[in-house]
Design a protein around this ligand. Sequence first.
Ligand SMILES: Cc1ncc(COP(=O)(O)O)c(C=O)c1O
Length: 252
Amino acid sequence: MPAPAWDALRRPCSSLLDAIGCTPLVQLSRVSAGVKATLFAKVEWYSPTGSLKDRIYAHMIRTAEERGALRPGMTILECSTGNAGIACAFVAAVKGYRCVVVMPEGMSEERKKLLRAYGAELVFTPGGESDVDLALARLEEIRAANPEQYWVPGQFTNPDNPEAHYLSSGPEIWEQLGGRVDAVIASQGTGGWLSGVGRYLREQLPAVRIYAVEPAECPLLSRRGWGPRTASRASATASCPAPSTWPCSTVW
Ligand SMILES: Cc1ncc(COP(=O)(O)O)c(C=O)c1O
């Protein structure tokens, strides 16, 4: 992700990828009535596929191309239960790559239809969202059968995930608030957003506080605990293949 270019939409975009980022920061007035702090929400559904995952797939795929890890004719292979896979399929479609998404069969029809609409091929594994370990194992089987054919973005372990937010979401928030930010708070999937944004903001203002929200029944960051996810749609903590180390250690 390049640094924010707020006036980019004054001109035609050469690709839908150029429409990623520069999302509104909206003040929350009614829901924060009675709260002392002024609260803002970064409205990421303005992105082409409707989530912040567009930022990371655009960045992970571009940097992989630059490094020569992803080459024309290869297939992008990713494991995802939702928004990440949709963003992956979208960026792959714009760039002309075949895309295979491995996911538990219990995911919603809406997600499956969206993925197929972006041209992704779906491989299903048994179970639902908390059975992502089976989908990851299947992904490894597919890759191992033809390692030269597949490139795997791997959002949970790819450092270009937090870097995308360090380069785009963080600077956007800083600029939109004119540098007047005391704290950021986010729910956790991979932790990429909070790690990247947190690192950028701390570099500008070391006193910035960074809060991660996680389901009480799955306190992965606060207690290294593990459990089924029921509390939050935004967080995919329980789907994380292993307690990731880069998101937590870089910020906290
Ligand atoms: C729409 C949406 N927002 C935020 C997140 C969490 O972001 P991150 O993976 O950077 O922690 C996810 C997925 O986990 C998501 O699907």
